[in-house]
Design a protein around this ligand. Structure first.
Ligand SMILES: [Zn+2]
Length: 455
């Protein structure tokens, strides 16, 4: 929940969705073993794999279980885990795990079944279960946390267990990853990535957030200190190990005094897409900027820069950016011109509709292989920022033209976004209510888990 900001009630907080029950995982063993990971895991709603669309039907029947108090009679194995570092050795990994066993390392070195442990991928997880006397019960190496296989997201891991006669057995396992729903929220102080990093939101999700609202917000230049967001997204996990990221399911973004929202929805007999909470498609409109949002451009946009995107007498918008920043098509179109023009330097002109064309000037280079007559899709990289032609420094000069006449895209009347059919309304409303409920519940749980971690 947004605690700061007294004026406006967050739009989601006032919503009254039908109550439904969830099962939450608060893995207290993991909080001991790895506080950082557990804080993230505690926010998750567990669902079985694979995820059948629509995703929210699956967890209607699950029940809420209160966190169990710590018990002194608890006799489960002590579990420790570590992430592989670059340049790591097996001996160092086993030492960090607290495994003291003279026979284990020679076994791992010689047994063919355990061969996968000799590829130590930095960042991957090794977990050991030890009994009260420090004897190894199980060693697990999650060497392939997530890989797509026959349409399923599959995790692979090596498991080594004592064989009873002082030796060991190594077995390779694989299993479909399960999908978890997570919620992240943050307030921007330096950049969007700064805020999402702090909320442990994966980069792939951050980039999706920028993509989803790209027709509403210029993420490179419009973000301001104090902007806030909440995002519900999927991650693939296996035994609590994050194996990959799925898609953003719901998003709320407060930019200045405007609130934008988005939800993933699949209308009957159509493919899924993002809609605002009122059922208007977020697809189709022109993107607010021609600069691709990246980790680098995100910090750049927070600075004041002399070349700011203002529609002035020179009939274009100048976007300051470092040389090499990818430029993307603001809408679907065909390449009408690609090459050198006096003043513009390396320039691309796209024909987007019968009337509308867009121009991208001063490029350092074009996308490889792009030529006149090619069709490009919205968001596709067409070239890279430079300072060719009449440019005092690296920037993108962007023009939006109606019937060949440069026009301010913000004041132009553009095609109205598509709305959902009335027959899809009931299921859409139901899903939005469910998203809102999830955000509220997870926000409450998050407050709880932060207290847990602080103890
Ligand atoms: Zn310009």
């Amino acid at each position: 929940m947004f605690k700061k900001g007294n004026s406006a009630t967050p739009p989601l907080a006032g919503s009254q969705a039908r109550p439904h029950k969830h099962h939450y995982v608060t893995n207290s063993i993991l909080i001991v073993a790895s506080g950082l990971f557990a804080a993230a895991a505690a926010l998750a709603v567990v669902k079985p794999a694979p995820p059948p669309p629509p995703v929210y039907l699956a967890h209607q029947t699950l029940t809420l279980s209160a966190p169990q108090p710590a018990s002194h009679q608890y006799t489960a194995p002590f579990i420790s885990e570590t992430q592989i570092r670059s340049g790591d050795t097996l001996a160092a990994v086993l030492q960090r795990l607290g495994v003291q066993d003279d026979k284990l390392q020679p076994f791992l070195a010689n047994d063919k079944g355990a061969a996968s442990i000799y590829k130590l991928y930095p960042g991957r997880t090794v977990r050991a279960a030890l009994d009260a006397d420090g004897n190894l019960i199980r060693l697990s190496y999650y060497h392939t946390p997530g890989t797509s296989q026959d349409g399923h997201f599959v995790s692979k891991w090596l498991e080594v267990t004592p064989s009873g006669n002082g030796g060991y057995t190594a077995t390779e396992h694989s299993q479909a990853a399960s999908t978890q729903i997570r919620m992240g929220e943050g307030e921007i102080t330096t950049s969007l990535f700064g805020a999402t990093d702090a909320a442990h939101i994966p980069d792939a999700i951050t980039l999706q957030m920028a993509d989803i609202l790209a027709s509403k917000i210029d993420f490179v230049q419009d973000l301001r200190k104090g902007d806030r967001f909440r995002v519900v997204y999927e991650v693939y996990t296996h035994n609590g190990i994050q194996a990959g990221t799925g898609r953003v399911l719901a998003l709320e973004f407060i930019n200045g005094d405007k609130t934008y929202d988005a939800a993933w929805f699949t209308p009957a007999h159509q493919s899924g897409d993002y809609y605002d909470f009122h059922g208007k498609s977020l697809k189709g409109a022109f993107l607010r900027t021609a600069l691709k949002f990246t980790r680098i451009s995100s910090t750049f946009g927070m600075r004041k820069h002399p070349i700011r995107g203002i529609w002035t007498g020179h009939q274009g918008v100048d976007f300051a950016a470092v040389t090499g920043t990818p430029i993307h098509a603001t809408a679907d179109g065909t390449v009408k011109f690609i090459g050198w023009q006096h003043g513009y330097g390396n320039v691309i002109i796209l024909k987007n509709t019968d009337k509308i064309s867009t121009l991208y000037a001063h490029q350092s280079r074009f996308a490889k292989g792009l030529k006149k007559g090619d069709s490009v899709t919205q968001g596709e990289t067409i070239g890279y920022v430079g300072s060719t032609g009449w440019a005092t420094g690296p920037h993108l000069h962007y023009e939006f033209r109606i019937n060949g006449k440069p026009t301010n895209p913000l004041s132009a009347s553009l095609p109205v976004a598509r709305s959902l059919d009335s027959k899809d309304r009931p299921s859409f409303e139901k899903q939005i209510a469910s998203y809102k409920q999830d955000i509220l519940t997870l926000a409450r749980l998050q407050d709880n888990s932060i207290q847990l971690a602080a103890r």
